[in-house]
Design a protein around this ligand. Sequence first.
Ligand code: PMT
Length: 400
Amino acid sequence: MLMGKKILLGMTGGIAAYKIPDLVRRLKERGAQIRVVMTNNATQFITPLTLQTVSGFPVHLDFNPETENQINHIELARWADLILIAPATANFIAKLAHGFADDLLSTICLATTAQIAVAPAMNQQMWKAEVTQNNLNLLKKRSFLIFEPADGSQACGETGKGRLLESLQIIELIEIFYTKNTILKGKTVLITAGATREDLDPVRFISNRSSGKMGYAIAQAAQQAGAKVILISGKTNLTPPQFVDFIEVYSAQEMFDAVMKELEELKINIFIGTAAVADYRPIRSENQKIKKNQDIMTIELERTPDILANVAKLSPRPFVVGFAAETQEVEKYALSKLDKKNLDLIAANQVGIPNQGFDSDNNVLQVFWRDGSIELPHAPKSEIAKQLIEIIAKRFLMTF
Ligand code: PMT
């Protein structure tokens, strides 16, 4: 998959630099072409000769009148189809976020149209620092890929998040980048997933069986199709997919507020409501644990806002995709939701039977739009999600 790919590896000055020769060797084994640019600080940790030996090409150091004549920074910026900054220090991330161009590597980053991926490595406190997180958010907004660092013991003796990923993990993420298709390139997709929780008291809540698997798979498939993806999720046991903007919420109201905020702040092209949102919530949530001093207890419930229906009422509005989880008469109820909620498309699944629907790794979907339908037969949710995203993308491009 990496055969012939042109990867410019930018090294900045961190102790994790010792991992980079191994990364370069493995990338080369997979057929990638590698050129290395090192900042002055990077050369304090590892020599250019090491990188020259493993990459098979001279290493580009800071602006050098001699080499600048042979291959200048603009040529390097044009040559690459991916620029990977690894390790990326907090200082270099700050420079990228604010558009500094005061050395060869930052100048190349400013002059390129290639995708830039950043693999941070730093002390855990520096990683957590608000300013570092703000800088990373700025980069994410500009569609940089962030290869999130790992948790663990650090060279400084502390423990926490900030370790550079291992070579094979970085390569996996690079491969994800290259497998991406472009059907949703330039589009922004907002997805809800998982179950919401409606508190009765500090101990108990009303929820449902949704694990989030279907919604997370759809988020990953949309990201792989080239879209910028925002995933708003109830609490789950899952790890959010890579390169997806992730917002965790608790209740239906919080999910509603988060969805509306994103719709206000960003131009969302497609909205997909995969979440199993509570339809009702207790009228009151008690401050203290409810005592069991009655034989029969009645809890008064009220309707929650219908997120999907409200998104579909907006003007202008995104292409709106709903889900229907039904135990019977799937087609009838799905078509009625398509109509009543004024959706562009609905994906219906039968729930309450083994090996599909809630919490399963597999699913079966019947997809309906105004003048058509298609069945996606039993398959892993990752596969179903890819097929669904293709259908959504085609319908979106035809109708919007
Ligand atoms: O999460 P998993 O374990 O992988 O399971 C996947 C799934 C079964 C949860 C998923 O495939 C699915 O069917 N999701 C929708 C579940 C649901 O709540 O369906 P519904 O028929 O009750 O709701 C219809 C639509 O309205 C849904 O798109 C829902 O997100 C939306 N809705 C419902 C109520 C509400 N207050 N706001 C909403 O937006």
